[in-house]
Design a protein around this ligand. Structure first.
Ligand code: SAM
Length: 265
């Protein structure tokens, strides 16, 4: 396998830390729980640590890899009936060209993990679930409940669309080269019809952003532009609260109220 190639030298700019610990690799495959016939796309297959086992379980998968040297190795190792490799930047890839319902998996390059999550939100209706390895601290932010210190814009923007579940931690020693940070596995499942529907999603995103960009301030200050003193009473949220204390439902109530009253302020 891959014998025609000299050893690949990990590229920092592509966030390349390759999984080498077989127990951890098996644990991630168990967490994904791939079943024959499912449509799976892997972001950043790298040297195929997960890819090999995913193909074994489901028969064939798609994968998006930016590094052309790794693409050459992957196409050499796997016939196209088993692995369709798209040499592309996952940030620009059109996921609607793949069959749905789609399962998205990957040990994501840490340098672009948050933008990729936001990008994948655009394909929420086509995705059945996503299982990723990310920096532990990012996973804690993604999963943080209202009132947790780690709660931020990412928590709210993901949790109003997805069930976010942290699965387990992965130590730096599971990778080569060894990264400076701990990692965790997280599963995101679209909430479908149970998902919250802000009346204006752009306004909702803007209000969440503004509330967290001044997270130490009380809402009556950080969102003064959007909500009046009477408004807070109607919405039923304390104007003295801080962004991290709010549920997604509360942010929807604030943005729906602000949408109706924006011209009157
Ligand atoms: N899946 C492999 C593993 O677990 O050992 C590799 C994981 S490594 C952390 C991240 C992989 O994503 C690398 O193969 C890297 O080349 C690829 N990558 C980095 N940026 C990318 C991008 N923008 N689009 C697609 N792949 C990318």
């Amino acid at each position: 396998m891959m014998s025609d190639f000299s050893p690949h030298r990990a590229r920092k700019r592509f966030g390349q830390n390759f999984l080498v610990d077989q127990n951890i690799i098996n644990g991630i495959i168990d967490a994904i729980d791939p079943i024959a016939g499912q449509h799976i796309v892997e972001i950043g297959p790298g040297q195929a640590a997960l890819t090999r086992k995913l193909i074994h379980a489901v028969g064939s998968i798609d994968a998006i890899e930016i590094d052309r040297d790794l693409v050459a190795r992957l196409t050499h190792e796997f016939p196209v009936e088993k692995l369709r490799v798209h040499q592309a930047d996952a940030m620009e890839f059109d996921f609607s060209t793949l069959p749905s319902p789609l399962r998205v998996v990957g040990n994501l390059p840490y340098n672009i993990s948050t933008p990729i999550l936001f990008r994948l939100c655009e394909y929420e209706d086509r995705i059945s679930d996503m299982t990723f390895m990310l920096q532990k601290e990012v996973v804690e932010r993604m999963a943080a409940a209202a009132g947790d210190d780690a709660r931020g814009r990412l928590s709210v923007m993901l949790q109003y669309r997805f069930k976010v579940e942290k699965r387990f931690d992965v130590p730096p020693t599971a990778f080569k080269p060894v990264p400076a940070v701990d990692s965790s596995i997280v599963r995101l499942t679209p909430l479908g019809s149970a998902r919250l529907r802000p009346k204006d999603e752009i306004l909702f995103a803007r209000i969440v952003n503004e509330a967290f960009s001044q997270r130490r301030k009380m809402l009556r200050k950080s969102l003064a532009k959007w909500v009046t003193a009477d408004g807070w009473k109607t919405i039923g949220v304390a104007p003295t609260a801080r962004a991290e204390e709010l549920t997604c439902e509360a942010f929807v109530a604030i943005s729906d109220w602000a949408g109706v009253h924006r011209n009157a302020l």
